[in-house]
Design a protein around this ligand. Structure first.
Ligand SMILES: [Ca+2]
Length: 225
């Protein structure tokens, strides 16, 4: 019992001594203004780290967006710059695809069916540029300069009313139509109702006999044309 009482008094005395010497305050001081400052610094540091992370994420996102933009630009360029390929034996001429079937010699109507079987029709020339591009291709393709070539024009429905197979009116005169014996074509009347590129006249257009076996000049239009 004496031992227990002694221990109690020792503990009480120690507690009183600690209180008197401000032991607790020395080891666990109250918050000071500089502590608040440290907390502010910590929050600012955290904000700075977060901002850096955001900036890195932003840079990565910007990089990905640039890649996507480059791919889309390449796709757009390949689509608009004429890299769209022509099918089979067709060759790109200006804004369209042409195929001169040199192994085929048939009537104008059979030539048209032949081209339609390839997914196109006999070639038409909406302006002088298209005509020039087609002539360049035809002249580079034929070995025999006299080879006559069918194109998609006719006045079979009404004599003298020349129309493309696309339904549009055919232009007259230069640079499309040629001359025969110093007479401007078309000049064959009802005996010549189908349009042909006539080799001896530089492949300018002449009105030919529709049953003659000429070579089909087929055309397939490009998707964006
Ligand atoms: Ca005619």
């Amino acid at each position: 019992m004496r031992v227990v009482v002694s221990i109690f008094w020792m503990v009480a005395a120690t507690a009183w001594a600690l209180e008197e010497n401000n032991f607790f305050d020395e080891h666990f001081p109250p918050l000071q203004p500089n502590c608040t400052q440290s907390l502010t610094d910590l929050l600012l540091l955290r904000q700075e780290v977060l901002l850096k992370e955001l900036k890195q994420a932003e840079q990565v996102s910007a990089g990905v967006l640039r890649e996507i933009a480059d791919i889309l630009t390449d796709k757009k360029n390949s689509f608009t710059s004429g890299e769209v390929s022509c099918p089979g034996n067709f060759r790109k001429c200006g804004d369209t695809c042409l195929y001169l079937a040199l192994d085929t010699g048939v009537s104008w109507e059979a030539a048209r069916v032949f081209c339609q079987g390839l997914g196109g029709d006999l070639a038409v020339f909406r302006d002088a540029n298209e005509f020039a591009e087609a002539l360049k291709y035809v002249k580079s393709s034929v070995a025999v300069k006299g080879t006559p070539v069918w194109v998609g024009g006719t006045d079979r429905i009404e004599e003298g009313e020349w129309r493309w197979v696309s339904g549009e009116d055919m232009p007259r005169g230069t640079p499309f139509w040629g001359d025969y014996n110093y007479v401007r074509e078309p000049a064959e009347g009802t005996s010549g109702n189908c349009a042909a590129l006539y080799g001896p006249d530089g492949f300018l257009i002449h009105d030919g006999v529709c049953q003659n076996p000429y070579k089909p000049l087929c055309e397939i239009k490009l998707i964006n044309n």
